[in-house]
Design a protein around this ligand. Structure first.
Ligand code: GLU
Length: 313
């Protein structure tokens, strides 16, 4: 192993050790009953650097519910199908409100602020569903994840999907509200069915970090040489992750970590160090904004020690 890879390994192991010991673990999401059962003691981290070296620590092989991290990949898919026309349906400004907020939707006539708040992600899923059966749309999303991660074993946790389907009152309200403005093309229950299942995809930190590599390398996964999106699109997806990826905690994440990132209420975060690395962390306990508490703390430590913040040292 070369020197930078050794150093990366050391830093990642240190961080995993520290995170295992910390008492401040946040609160696991309880509005999805199945997620409330996850042990907040878990912590995992995986980093793929530009040369393909993998450094990982803690529970980096344990699959968890990727939840809203899936929104990065559905946005990528929908941009592939609709190109920039997508932005007529969904904005790309930070919301400054909670991930499941409905207030802005009324002011903005059902057009969600960005593709990463729940309303925006539901609108994007609706676009992917158009012209397909829900099963086909979901198959397309899952195949895309498996292709990006280079791993055909990735599946959907049906118990998590069913759990959210039973209790997803807010998302049902958001979707109905958008439908009333004509923002959704498909039946609300079909769009939500796909959305709940995409959120219930289970992946490990290793798989997620692998899947995110194209975003760190101008749209191309260096492991396969395959171009997923062009460099301009990768840059723009990263920009939306930077400004909107952590809901109303996006400013704090930029301030502390300084990388484009997308969180999920399962406690996962995918972060991208452009030109340098793709990083996935998982710590199920959340902060008040619904973002992984220790995930953010770990990423802050990592970018500090490696000088990876895009804003400089
Ligand atoms: N499935 C979750 C919801 O729609 C995703 C939220 C998140 O991960 O932030 O509420």
């Amino acid at each position: 192993m070369n020197k930078p890879a050794l150093h990366l390994n050391l830093v990642v192991k240190d961080i995993a050790d520290e995170m295992r010991r910390r008492p401040d673990r946040g609160e696991v999401a309880s509005y999805i009953p199945e997620l409330a059962r996850v042990d907040p003691k878990h912590f995992g981290i995986a980093v793929f650097d530009d040369e393909g070296n993998l450094a990982c620590g803690g529970d980096c092989d344990m699959p968890f519910s990727i939840q809203s991290v899936s929104k990065v990949f559905t946005l990528t898919l929908a941009l592939g199908r609709y190109g920039d026309r997508l932005w007529q349906r969904v904005g790309r400004e930070p919301s400054g409100s909670a991930f499941n907020s409905i207030v802005q939707l009324e002011y903005e006539r059902g057009v969600p602020r960005n593709p990463f708040i729940n309303a925006g992600a539901i609108a994007i899923t609706d676009m992917i569903l158009s012209g397909h059966q829900p099963r086909e749309a979901l198959g397309e999303i899952l195949r895309f994840m498996r292709f990006l991660a280079g791993d055909a074993t990735i599946t959907i946790d049906e118990a998590v999907a069913a759990s959210e389907q039973r209790t997803g009152y807010r998302n049902i309200a958001l979707a109905n509200y958008m439908k009333s403005f004509g923002v959704l093309d498909n039946a609300v229950d079909l769009t939500l069915g796909v959305y709940f299942h995409q959120c219930a995809i289970a992946m490990s930190c290793k798989q997620l970090a692998m899947a995110g590599r194209f975003l760190a390398h101008n749209g191309r996964n260096p492991a396969t040489g395959m171009s997923v999106v062009n460099p301009e699109r990768a840059r723009r997806i990263n920009a939306v992750m930077m400004t909107c990826g952590h809901y109303d905690g996006s400013g704090e994440f930029a301030y502390r970590v300084g990388l484009p990132g997308k969180s999920g209420v399962g406690g996962g975060i995918l972060a991208v160090a452009p030109g340098k690395a793709s990083i996935a962390v998982w710590a199920p306990g959340l902060d008040a904004a619904g973002n992984s508490h220790l995930g953010r703390v770990a990423l802050e430590a990592l970018t500090k020690r490696l000088g990876w913040s895009i804003f400089g040292a």
